[in-house]
Design a protein around this ligand. Structure first.
Ligand code: SF4
Ligand code: SF4
Length: 120
């Protein structure tokens, strides 16, 4: 999924004009993508003269960092609100289960999408 690097975007408006579904708008002279409207066509990646439209994969380290930070926060809050230090470990286990579930959903989705290549 595309996102705009605000440091690189010069607000030239090219992507706004070329997006086939009008999913990009300008805010403070920077392009903003409405992910609800975006159909993942990739046009904005190709037309941006500044390589300001970036791929989601670049955010993996940041996503992981955020997930770990959120898990730590939940662990602290579980211990605090349930008034039991042991809740930290239980919370951690629940979050690991949650991300395992997400992994399985992703793997099974990819399996199904691969079948589309064969026209199933
Ligand atoms: S990927 Fe396509 S639909 Fe999405 S914002 Fe870029 S140009 Fe628009
Ligand atoms: S084409 Fe690139 S530089 Fe121009 S507004 Fe869009 S993201 Fe910014």
């Amino acid at each position: 999924m595309p996102w705009v690097d605000e440091e690189k975007c010069t607000g030239c408006n090219v992507c706004v004009e070329k997006c086939p579904v009008g999913a990009i708008s300008m805010e403070n002279e920077r392009a903003m993508i409405n992910m609800e409207e975006c159909i993942r066509c990739g046009t904005c990646h190709s037309v941006c003269p500044k390589e300001a439209v970036r791929h989601d994969s670049e955010k993996i380290p940041e996503n992981v960092k955020n997930n770990v930070a959120q898990t730590k926060k939940f662990m602290e809050l579980c211990a605090k609100y349930l008034d039991d230090i042991k809740e930290k470990g239980k919370c951690l286990q629940r979050m690991i289960k949650h991300y395992n579930k997400e992994k399985i959903v992703a793997e099974k989705t990819i399996e199904e999408l691969e079948k589309l290549k064969k026209g199933d």
